[in-house]
Design a protein around this ligand. Structure first.
Ligand SMILES: Cc1ncc(COP(=O)(O)O)c(C=O)c1O
Length: 468
């Protein structure tokens, strides 16, 4: 009789289970990628799902086919008709890297606890910062999600641009930043976490294409400064969440330079365009930013969470969480690049660089070019299809792989209610997965085209299916 601990750590059991699981996952991938799996989402009400799993806890170890059941009851990102939220289907080899990192569980906070992943992280950062057009003085780190990366960037901005030493003395002034009204809600949340309150976020209106109205920046800066606020940063969206619209980074950079403001780019979704020669023009001006946040799990084929926060001058990242003055880090920063916890929110951190590095060493950045270009091309294809159907309209011409559209119906139902009803039915039937958003008071259907297998005919079928 072996103890539970012996069973839990039995290498032979792991080998057996692992072989079975990998075979299952390969079959799963085949079914999903080919689109032969009947459903993208096997929708169930939350309480039904919870009750189902509750039974599994009642007699541990007695239920068969645990992992298969997990697969059967999950949403399938590898299905070509998955077109929902901005999470990419991971490249399978990156998922294998995930298995290795989960077993190793190297915690990374200090170098000894993550030697391999620390070195890989530095090399991943260098690959990305070079793509942004930055030199040797650039740097950054990986962190757990775009939300945390944006907050960390804003803490760095606050440290660099607020008067005195905010880390030590706090601030008596009302600090504030400017950001498009279309920005992801995590920017608003970050401002409030920093204690700036609702006065700390100045929302710049967006134009008809949902891009920041940069022509309003000067006036807003003047007005808000007159009210006694100290504006220290502008956050550009590249691209925005709802419509995938890119703010004009060149113009924002010139504005920041003229007023000595920190420029942060929230490129959680769209900074990946830098890897596509065809779509790189969308992030022109990124090289002038002070910091950029970019998710590898949205548009770069890595399993979540894996986000990069990049600084044009890496000393800022050493300064963010430190009581020391920035000049002390000019030198020490270079020497101490390998103890990442000094620069991150996290203490223990996942070996996320392993997943990114695995893709880079297997395929190079050419994979990211192919993927981003394919997805952004699909956005254009879908827009063309919608233009050809008189009963459908676009919220805006897509700039990326995010497309907002709606059905105009046959006049018998109010449009917001009609489109919300169509989406609900679609999710419950499970043959496609798309989402919805509200833009200027109107409900729109929304797709993020992230699947390498999605074809023009899937998009045609989607419209037919919705309108049936
Ligand atoms: C523009 C933008 N920023 C930030 C985020 C948040 O990223 P994460 O989900 O990795 O925290 C998102 C998520 O959709 C986003 O679209």
């Amino acid at each position: 009789m072996t103890s539970l601990l012996q069973q839990a750590f039995d290498p032979e059991a792991f080998r057996r289970q692992g072989h079975v699981l990998i075979d299952r996952l390969a079959d799963y991938l085949q079914d999903q990628l080919s689109g032969t799996a009947p459903q993208v989402i096997p929708w169930q009400e939350p309480h039904v799902q919870r009750d189902f799993w509750q039974e599994w806890l009642e007699e541990p170890g007695k239920q068969p086919d645990f992992f298969q059941t997990v697969l059967d009851r999950s949403i399938h990102l590898h299905h070509p008709r998955y077109m929902g939220h901005q999470v990419n289907p991971p490249a399978p080899i990156a998922a294998l890297a995930g298995l290795v990192s989960d077993l190793l569980n190297n915690g990374m906070a200090v170098y000894e606890m993550g030697m391999t992943s620390t070195a890989m992280e530095a090399l991943v950062v260098r690959t990305v910062t070079a793509a942004y057009g930055w030199g040797d003085e650039a740097g950054g780190h990986l962190t757990s999600g775009g939300t945390l990366a944006n907050l960390t960037a804003l803490l760095a901005a606050r440290r660099a641009k607020s008067p005195g030493d905010i880390w030590v003395d706090g601030s008596a002034e009302q600090l504030a930043l400017m950001v498009s009204e279309e920005a992801h809600y995590c920017i608003d949340r970050s401002v409030r976490i920093m204690g700036w309150g609702s006065e700390g976020i100045i929302k710049v209106p967006a134009d008809a294409q949902y891009r920041m109205r940069t022509d309003m920046l000067e006036t807003l800066l003047e007005e808000e400064t007159r009210k006694g606020k100290r504006i220290i940063a502008v956050v550009a969206s590249a691209c925005s969440t709802s419509t995938g619209s890119y703010d004009d980074l060149e113009v924002i950079a010139a504005f920041c330079r003229a007023h000595d403001l920190w420029m942060h780019v929230d490129g959680a979704h769209g900074a990946a365009a830098v890897f596509s020669p065809q779509y790189k023009h969308l992030v022109k001006g990124i090289e002038k930013a002070d910091s950029v946040a970019m998710d590898f799990h949205k548009m770069l084929l890595v399993p979540g969470l894996a986000t990069g926060l990049f600084f044009r001058e890496r000393s800022h990242s050493f300064h963010t969480f430190s009581p020391e003055a920035v000049y002390l880090f000019q030198k020490a920063g270079e020497e101490d690049w390998y103890n990442t916890a000094k620069r991150t929110f996290e203490c223990t951190k996942l070996m996320m660089s392993l997943k990114v590095f695995t893709l880079l060493q297997t395929y190079g950045v050419a994979l990211w070019d192919e993927y981003v270009t394919h997805c952004y091309d699909l956005g254009q294809v879908f827009a063309r299809i919608i233009h050809q159907h008189p009963n459908w309209e676009l919220a805006a011409e897509p700039q990326s792989n995010i497309v907002c559209f709606r059905y105009l119906g046959k006049g018998e139902e109010e449009l917001n209610a009609l489109n919300a009803r169509l989406r609900k039915k679609l999710v419950e039937e499970g043959k496609f997965y798309i989402v919805q958003t509200v833009l200027r008071g109107q409900t729109w259907l929304r797709v993020t085209l992230v699947n390498p297998g999605t074809k023009e005919e899937d998009l045609e079928t989607l419209l037919g299916y919705l309108a049936a």
